[in-house]
Write a protein that binds this ligand. Structure first.
Ligand code: AMP
Length: 215
C-alpha cells in the first residue's frame, strides 16, 4: 500500500488563497478547514492529505520529510533558508514586499541604526550589503510600534497595501524582496515519490497557466 502524499499548508491568509488553487488541481479537503480544529485533513484526492500549520514550521516539516511538499511564503524561505527543499513553482499568491520602513520624514543619522524586525537574517544581510552598521532587534510582532516607542529607528517588515505603516506614522523606504507563496518539495521525496509528486506539480502548474491565460 502506498502512503499518502502529505502537503503542509501555511494557515491564515496564504491558506485562503491556496485552497482554491488546490481545488482546481483536484485536491480539496473533505471538511471545512476553517471551522475544524483538526490539523490533518483527508482530501478528495485519495493519495493526498493536508496538514495546516504555521508558515515558519512548513520548511521544517518538508525538510525533514514529515511532509512531502508544502506551500510557504518566500519571506520564510529567505529568512529560514531553503536547504533540503526544491522550489518548483511560484504560486503567485499572497503577494507582498519585504521592505525597510521608517517614521515619515526620517533622515538617517549616519551613525549606527537600530532595526526592529522578525526577519533578522534578511535584515542583517540587507544592511551588510549596503555597508550600514545596523543593530538588529528581534521582535515577534507589531514592528511598527518599535520606532514610536524609540526601541528602533527603522523596521524591516512585510508591506502589502502600506495601510499598517501609514496608520502608525511610517512610510516604506526600500524594497528588499518581492514575496509570494511557493510550492516546496522535499528533495529525497522528489526522487523516491517522483511520479505522484510531479503529478501534483504539473496539475498546479496547469492551474496557474490557465489562470494567467484567463487574467
Ligand atoms: P498592509 O497594511 O496591507 O501593508 O499589510 C501589512 C501587514 O499585513 C504586515 O505587517 C503583515 O503582517 C501582513 N501581511 C500582508 N500581506 C502578507 C502576506 N502576503 N504574507 C504575510 N503577511 C502579510
Amino acid at each position: 500500500m502506498n502512503e499518502k502524499l502529505t502537503i503542509a499548508l501555511t494557515k491564515g491568509r496564504i491558506l485562503k488563497e491556496t485552497l482554491p488553487l488546490l481545488a482546481r488541481a483536484g485536491i480539496a479537503p473533505l471538511e471545512d478547514v476553517s471551522s475544524s480544529r483538526k490539523l490533518v485533513f483527508a482530501t478528495t484526492h485519495d493519495d493526498v492529505q493536508l496538514v495546516i500549520i504555521r508558515g515558519t514550521d512548513v520548511p521544517t516539516y518538508v525538510r525533514h520529510g514529515a511532509a512531502d511538499m508544502g506551500v510557504v511564503g518566500k519571506d520564510i524561505l529567505l529568512e529560514h533558508g531553503a536547504q533540503g527543499l526544491y522550489e518548483p513553482l511560484d504560486l503567485g499568491i499572497a503577494r507582498c514586499r519585504l521592505m525597510t520602513a521608517g517614521p515619515v520624514g526620517w533622515q538617517g543619522s549616519g551613525a549606527r541604526i537600530r532595526v526592529a524586525t522578525k526577519f533578522v537574517n534578511i535584515a542583517r544581510s540587507h544592511f551588510a550589503r549596503q555597508g550600514v552598521h545596523a543593530e538588529i532587534i528581534k521582535l515577534y510582532g507589531a514592528m511598527e510600534l518599535a520606532p514610536m516607542m524609540d526601541l528602533a529607528d527603522l523596521i524591516v517588515d512585510i508591506v502589502d497595501t502600506g495601510n499598517t505603516l501609514r496608520a502608525n506614522g511610517m512610510e516604506p523606504l526600500e524594497e528588499i524582496a518581492a514575496v509570494s507563496s511557493r510550492l516546496v518539495v522535499n528533495k529525497a521525496a522528489m526522487r523516491s515519490r517522483y511520479r505522484s509528486i510531479q503529478r501534483v506539480v504539473d496539475d498546479l502548474a496547469a492551474v496557474l497557466e490557465a489562470g494567467d491565460a484567463a487574467a
